[in-house]
Design a protein around this ligand. Sequence first.
Ligand SMILES: [Zn+2]
Length: 407
Amino acid sequence: MRLTRLALSTACAVLAVTGVAAAQDTPLVIRAARLIDGRGRVLQNAAVTVERGRITRVEARSAAPATYDLGTLTLLPGLIDTHAHIIAHFGRDGRASNEGESDAERALHALQNAYDTLLAGFTTVQSIGAPLDKELRAAIERGAPGPRLLTSLESLNDPALSPEELRRRVRTRVAEGADLIKLFASKSIREGGGQTMTDAQIAAVCGEAKALGKRSWVHAHAATAVAAAARGGCWAVTHGFYATRAEFALMAERGVYFEPNIGLLIQNYLRNKPRYFGIGNFDETGFAFMEAAVPVNLAMFKDAVRQPGLKLVMGTDAGAGAHGRNADEVIARVREGGQRPMDAITGVTSLGAESLGLGDRIGTIAAGMEADLIAVDGDPLSDITALSRVLFVMKGGKLYRNETRRR
Ligand SMILES: [Zn+2]
């Protein structure tokens, strides 16, 4: 008996020491004034029970004693960014070109970006993508602090390749460990955004990805490129600066996810112009294209919001200078783009999860889902900027941030 007690108290002491970082074995209860479940439901005075990294119970008007009483905060599912470049950073020279940098510096910047993104409430990020993502993904899976990471590894962007050669590249990328395939079907917005791949090339890439059970994510600005992606069986289209109502209707009809970017991508380039200027197509012409694109892009988004059935998911295309500010995109969609706050929240939670093929694991606060939970200061349904005030972050039952009182 005495021995048992001793063993128990030792176990408790170990738990107490490691309690914050480790996924707990004993149930814990998180309570908050309000809960938005990610699928359009709101609960008042909600309590969420977490056991072994999963949500086991969600209750409204709970009186259960809470492990973490978050008071007036709002609980949400961990946020999801479907499009970031998680390793992109300003290097030793302060520029996005990262000249003279060692592999170790590059890797540590990547980890820093991952941590900044996680602390901003983004518990899952799809990086599309770079080879180094693979090692970062492995480090995070080992327990390094960062969001759940999916990656396309390197993109496919050479229009000189035949459809058969492109199919072969898709198979290679999947064999290398890509979670999805990223395809460039149009030029950069800094070069006007015209279609680069033929409809046959686009269909070849997306068809091969689908045959291997993988998703395809297509960079497309020109309306023709967006339409070719939708007709070619592609999974998602990103950017779509020059998409029109006809393409929104087509994407809605084909069930293609659409990931426009109105709040962070170009704003970040303009804010950090000296750090980008002179690299590749970041010249005066490129910046002029981007400045001209801002109002065009906003008008496009306002039209997209009005398309019934269009699956609008949240992606930022975050690069150097943007990591940790991912919520700016959601805020712009509501404040400038006219999207309903609940729709914008669904886009950055359950719909985002669905677009990653993870809808049954993350993106919703419900029993059986992974315990990816955040809490924000305020009610994002009445003030969407609350999403930039994240005070509590849990991923898979592991606590990474808690700036509230612990009971
Ligand atoms: Zn991108």
